[in-house]
Design a binder for this molecule. Sequence first.
Ligand code: MN
Length: 392
Amino acid sequence: MGQERIQFFDTTLRDGEQSPGCSMHTAEKLRMARQLETLGVDVLEAGFAVASEGDFDAVQLIATEVRGPQIASLARAKREDIETAARALEDAGRSRIHIFLASSDIHLQYKLKITREQALEQADASVRLACQYVHTVEFSPEDSTRTDPDFLCKIVSVAVEAGATIINLPDTVGYTIPQEYAALFRLLRQRVPGMEKVTLSCHCHNDLGLAVANTLAAIEAGARQVECTINGIGERAGNAALEEIAAAMHVRNDKLPYTHGLVLDQLFPTSQLLSQIISYGPSPNKAIVGSNAFAHEAGIHQHGMLSNPLCYEIITPAAVGVPNNRMVLGKHSGRHALAHRLSELGHPLDSENLEIVYQRFIHLADRKKSVYDQDLLALLSEASAPVPTQKP
Ligand code: MN
C-alpha cells in the first residue's frame, strides 16, 4: 500500500507576516512566494485580502505570478471579505478562500458579540458564498481547542454541508497538548457526517512550545493538511515550523509513514531568504535551520562525528540544504577535531607539531569563544615562538 500524502499549507506570508518585525512589502512577498513554490508547498496563503490595500495587492500579484501551489486568501465570515478575497484571486490557477469564524464561547461573547445560532448562520452563508467563486473553500472554527466539542461538531457539520472541503481546527492560542488535540480530530471524524470526503487540517501555535508536537499528533489522528510557517514565525510565540515538521517526517519515516511534495534541500535556502527579507533569523539553537543546529563543539562529540557522523547526527546538514557541517572549534574541542580542521586547511601535522599547536590553540580558546580558520592559520605561523604560559 502506498503511503498517504500530507499537504503542506504555508502561512508565512499571512500568519507569519502578522507578527511584530515580520511585515513584508509586496515585492518581498513575491520573492518569498517563488521560493515557497520551489520548496514545493501545496498551498500558499498569500495574505488576508480585505485587511489592507497592500495585502490585496500581494494576494493578487502572487495569484497571477505563482502557479505551482494553490493560492489562498484568508477571509472573515463576511460578504465583504469573501468578495474581496475572490477579486484578489481572480487570476489564480487554483484558488482557495480560507474562512475563519470564532466558535469558542469566549470569542463569540466578547469578541464577536453574537450567539451560537448566529455563528451557525454566518458559517453556512459565508461558505456557500465563497463556493461560488473559488475551487476550494476551507473553513476554520477559530479557537477550536477551547470550543465546546458538541458545538464544534455542529459548526463543522454546517460548513461541510455548505460545501467546505477542508476543515481546519486551529489551536489559535497555543493551548492544547498532543493527546487532547489528537482526540479532537478523532471526535470530528466520528461525529460529523461526510467527514470521509473532507481533508482535516491542523494549525498550531507555539505558546507552550508544543506546535510541532501537536501537529504530529493531529497527523496521527487523521489530519492530512498541516499549516505552518518558515522559521516558525507567526503571532506571539509563532506557528509550527515547516522545516521541523518536514525533518521529523523524513528522519522518523518509520513512525510517520507519509509522503509530501517538499524538496528537502530547499528548507535551509528558504529559511535564509526569509531571514534576509525580515532582517532577523531564527535563534542559533533553533532546530534544523539555526546556525548551531549542526555544530558540534564538545571534544568527545567532535571525535565521534569524525569517526562516524551517525554517532551524533540524525540528519545530515546537506539533506536540508545546509552547505557544510560547521564544526565550531572552542575550548571544549580536542586534538582530533583540531588535526582534522588543520588538514582541511592544507596543514596536516605530525603528532609532535600538533601538540605544540594544540597548546597554543587551547590558550587562545580560553580567551576567545570561537576559534576561526584564520585564527588557526595565525597560530601556525607563530609556530616558532615559544608556547605562551597560562594565565593564573
Ligand atoms: Mn494562527
